[in-house]
Design a protein around this ligand. Structure first.
Ligand SMILES: CSC[C@H]1O[C@H](OP(=O)(O)O)[C@H](O)[C@@H]1O
Length: 336
């Protein structure tokens, strides 16, 4: 049975192992309430993934690995039962490659027993903050090199902060680096319909960090660029194909088109674990389609007439030619 805890202050990691259970910050409760959930079964974790209580590609990688460990402790010696749980975990959301990557990585230690599976999951989590710090540092350096030599006005989409990772963040990791260097004027944060990860989560993270920001309707981003209010666009990623095409939150492709039209750097920041080298280009990326109710209702309040239908893809694909650079902990991807 999942346990819910209201906590003041901050919990260091977005997701972690908690003595035989998986602890997550409940991102559905933010920003109204800071709560953690203690998930004791694979089904509880799958439910949390599907309702985006835990979300973001790197955080999903950790969820996949920790969920596999949860199953390994529940089914000691029964590899088939663990593998069946692992398949259900990996299928919980199809687009972010990190979820299945985390599951596969944890399964490499299955034959050694549940403690070894957990050790692999913990190693994955320990790596996550390090690689995201490095990727975002490299991306910040690239922007300081390409952008005007004054504090920058950075536009971002959805939430690619510490809440989307085990710690630190990817696109918001760039914000932390620029802010610390005194080279950030403000962040324009897209609200990011329909689930409002920008308005709810990115705004919460920026406020917590004392970073100046303004929310904007997704539909205002292109005109903000046209009016000269934006110096660069920085986003995260959920799956990157071998040629550099990028799947990210719905609306990213439109931002890339507008940035290209206005000659602005459009930078994607992600760990190498988000790169799917098996995929030659973005044409093969499965795009998660979510429930129409997320569009016809806002925060649970119906806004469209009863019976309204909706088109609700959770992601889109931005072709590499519209991307100034995909930056990972190893540098620009794909390498020249
Ligand atoms: C650092 S990955 C963040 C990435 O994940 C988000 O999707 P979701 O909120 O549906 O998990 C969005 O695409 C972000 O850019």
């Amino acid at each position: 049975m999942a346990g819910r805890h209201r906590r003041g202050g901050t919990v260091r990691r977005t997701i972690d192992w908690d003595g035989g259970a998986v602890m997550i910050i409940d991102q559905c409760a933010l920003p109204a309430s800071f709560e953690t959930l203690r998930l004791t079964t694979v089904d509880e974790l799958i439910g949390a993934i599907r309702r985006l209580a835990v979300r973001g590609a790197p955080a999903l990688g950790a969820a996949g690995a920790l969920g596999t460990a949860l199953s390994a402790f529940r089914h000691p010696g029964d590899a088939e039962a663990v593998r069946a749980d692992a398949r259900r975990l990996a299928d919980a959301r199809p687009t972010a490659v990190n979820l299945s990557w985390g599951v596969r990585r944890a399964l490499t230690r299955l034959a050694e027993g549940p403690e070894a599976v957990l050790a692999e999951a913990k190693a994955l989590m320990d790596e996550d903050e390090r690689v995201n710090r490095e990727a975002s540092r490299r991306a910040a350096e690239l922007l300081l090199d390409r952008c005007p030599s004054r504090p920058l006005r950075l536009l971002t989409h959805c939430n690619a902060g510490r809440l989307a990772t085990v710690g630190w963040g990817t696109a918001l990791g760039v914000v932390w680096h620029l802010h610390e260097a005194g080279r950030l004027e403000y962040v324009f944060a897209d609200e990011t319909r329909p689930l409002l990860q920008g308005a709810r989560l990115t705004a919460w993270e920026l406020a917590e960090a004392g970073v100046p920001y303004r929310l904007l309707p997704d539909s205002a981003a292109a005109s903000a660029m046209a009016r000269g209010l934006v110096d660069c666009v920085v986003v995260g990623a959920d799956r990157i194909a071998a040629n550099g095409d990028v799947a990210n939150k719905i609306g990213t492709y439109g931002l890339a088109l507008a940035a290209a039209r206005h000659g602005l750097p459009f930078v994607v920041v992600a760990p190498m674990s988000t790169v799917d080298k098996e995929l030659p280009d973005g044409g093969g990326i499965v795009i998660e389609e979510r429930d129409a109710g997320e569009v016809t209702c806002v925060a649970g309040q119906r806004v469209a007439p009863p019976g309204a239908t909706a088109y609700n893809p959770a992601f889109d694909v931005t072709p590499a030619e519209l991307i100034t650079a995909v930056v990972t902990e190893h540098g620009i991807f794909p390498p020249a």
